[in-house]
Design a protein. Structure first.
Length: 398
């Protein structure tokens, strides 16, 4: 039988004081066996959803599902750290941990020093939008601000149009990934050397993860990349409307097999625009990037695929070695044959909805079955008796 001892972080206790940027990082450890304990004030953490109000039931449900995804496998305890007794319980709980992840708010200026003053060896990971020092350290951040000051919004979108933020709070998840990786490395070293570590993770710096080769281009060519990448974007490189949605195509001259496969396909079906695309103009790379030719290709290609579905186009593209793929909507993911085959989605009970909801499963697959969902969404203070009972008993013994 599988036990917590054979899971990567079995026996590791992590105190989760994160608010937003580190929530997913803490869950990544919980999924691999760590005991991750959310420490919340009596009114609940700032990420905990509130009952439906002005935003309506739909907004409340969305907040609840997001909260569940970020906090599955965690435990919740309530500690009022503003009281002397609460601070004593909190310090004893931290003393029993190997890792503390925190996002100090403006109301917690002394939190890092407080954590470091508690006896014991541990990793303290501090995650924030701009780090703990520097001219931006005291600034209020958000996903949009991080993407803007981190540079990814400047690189995203169409040339000549405004910057475009990536959807789904990508800066938050990228920050959590770096937070988890750095914490894992520091924890390994702490166990090996017996030394404590304090990590300072900045969301703005983590965004460098998403800048592709922009840093190298500046370093080697003294040139700042902008929307549109290298400056020449082929007429074929875009998303195009088909019968039931969009497909993304890339068939520039540099991808000769993709371009040839597309023209051959059009000719086999007797498409009247194929002859036009065989003309000499379409063998001129700079001309293919001009606005008139981009517009002309869009009109021709969208007319060619107007009666074809995304699935049909994807299958034909694979057969003909054309670089083209469906643009999936969120609703498409539940019927994706690859995800179904991999049994990716997991059913999780949602108390507020009274039913199970399919959630994303493991973000990776390891050779051993060490990832799993052990517990559902933690209710506020659900684990007070289990966790704090032992702590208060220890304080009483002292």
């Amino acid at each position: 039988m599988e036990t917590s001892q054979v899971r990567p972080y079995g026996g590791i206790r992590i105190i989760d004081l994160t608010r937003e940027l580190g929530l997913y990082a803490a869950r990544l450890f919980a999924d691999l066996g760590a005991e991750v304990i959310r420490v919340e004030p009596p009114q609940g953490g700032p990420d905990r959803p509130v009952p439906a109000g002005a935003g309506g039931a739909e907004q409340a449900t969305t907040a609840g599902v997001q909260f569940a995804f970020l906090n599955l496998n965690k435990k919740s305890v309530v500690i009022d750290r503003k009281t002397a007794s609460g601070r004593a319980v909190f310090e004893e709980l931290v003393a029993s941990s190997q890792v503390v992840m925190c996002e100090p708010g403006q109301d917690e200026p002394g939190l890092i020093a407080e954590l470091m003053a508690i006896p014991g060896r541990r990793v303290v990971t501090v995650v924030s939008y701009f780090g703990t020092d520097g001219p931006y350290a005291g600034f209020t951040g958000s996903d949009l601000i991080a993407q803007s000051l981190g540079g990814i919004a400047y690189l995203s979108g169409e040339p000549g149009k405004p910057p475009l933020a990536l959807p789904g709070k990508q800066s938050v998840f990228v920050t959590s990934l770096y937070t988890a990786a750095a914490t894992a490395i520091a924890l390994w070293d702490s166990e090996r050397s017996g030394v404590s570590h304090v990590l300072d993770v900045s969301a703005q710096e983590c965004i460098a993860h998403s800048l592709q080769n922009a840093v190298q281009v500046y370093d080697l060519e003294n040139r700042i990349l902008a929307r549109g990448g290298e400056g020449i974007r082929d007429a074929t490189e875009s998303a195009f409307v088909c019968k039931d949605g969009y497909v993304f195509l890339a068939a520039p001259l540099a991808l000769s097999a993709s371009w040839a496969g597309l023209l051959n396909w059009m000719e086999e079906e007797g498409f009247d625009g194929a002859a036009r695309l065989r003309e000499a103009q379409w063998a001129d790379r700079p001309k293919r990037a001009t606005a008139p030719m981009r517009a002309e290709f869009r009109e021709l290609f969208e007319r060619f695929i107007a009666d074809k579905t995304k699935a049909e186009l994807g299958a034909e593209a694979l057969r003909r070695k054309i670089v083209m793929a469906p643009v999936s909507r969120v609703s498409d993911l539940h019927t994706d044959p690859q995800l179904i085959f991999r049994r990716y989605f997991q059913k999780v009970a949602m108390p507020g909805l009274g039913r199970e909801v399919p959630f994303p499963g493991a973000p990776y697959r390891l050779s051993e079955p060490v990832w799993r969902i052990d517990r559902g969404v933690p209710a506020l203070g659900e684990h007070d008796g289990e966790v704090l009972g032992r702590v208060t008993s220890k304080i009483a013994q002292h």
